[in-house]
Design a protein around this ligand. Sequence first.
Ligand code: PGA
Length: 255
Amino acid sequence: MRRPLLAGNWKMNKTPTEARVWFAEFLEANPGYAGGAQTAVEVAILPSFPLLPIAAEQLAGSSVRYGGQDVSAHDWGAYTGEVAAAQLADLGSTYVIVGHSERREYWSESSELVAAKAAKAMENGLVPILCVGEKLEVREAGRAVAFTLEQLEASLTGINLATGEELVVAYEPVWAIGTGKTASAADAEEMAAAIRGFIRSRYGEEVASNIRILYGGSMKPTNTAEIMAGENVDGGLVGGASLKVDSFSQMIASV
Ligand code: PGA
């Protein structure tokens, strides 16, 4: 049985002060998460790097997980502006997003670089949330599944999941991110099933049945339950709707 995961991708939003308020209000509104006991729905927050020490402090003792939105493929050294996996791990991070479409698009990240980042994250005990997904013209050309699986395969170059390391895959159709347009529940399930099938063919049944596959792209309280009803959709990577305690809490409650 895969435990549902709702991960909030805050992107480049919130001051440390605002983050502090959000964490306090979230734990007040969702007291089941405050005590550290396992909850039915796992929750993680992925804030900008300067907010991670605040997350570490405010979420200590709770069952809310956190982590970064990106990570360097390098260990340490002269890489100005980069953040090392070991730094994220030392701050108590559980997860790190790799290959978000905004990074692929605006920073020209290749799938090979994304794979190197995922590998570095895993080496340091972090669970990568590996994002894949097609642009609108690819979907309109009927190539959404083929494209996304090719991107996933390239983004897993050199990665061996048969050794027990954990990985989460997030299917995020680029045309649905921040646009208010959502994939239909059927399209999300079709893609999640295809992703699981690919994982099965590459890593075997045990890995495939345990790996969690998220949907992302304009998820909100009113569509969460429907999208997550798909047998292969195990949760969501939530951007805009995770910025407010209210909407994110409603999404958790609706699962
Ligand atoms: P959105 O973003 O929920 O605001 O569409 C999702 C994401 O980019 O992870």
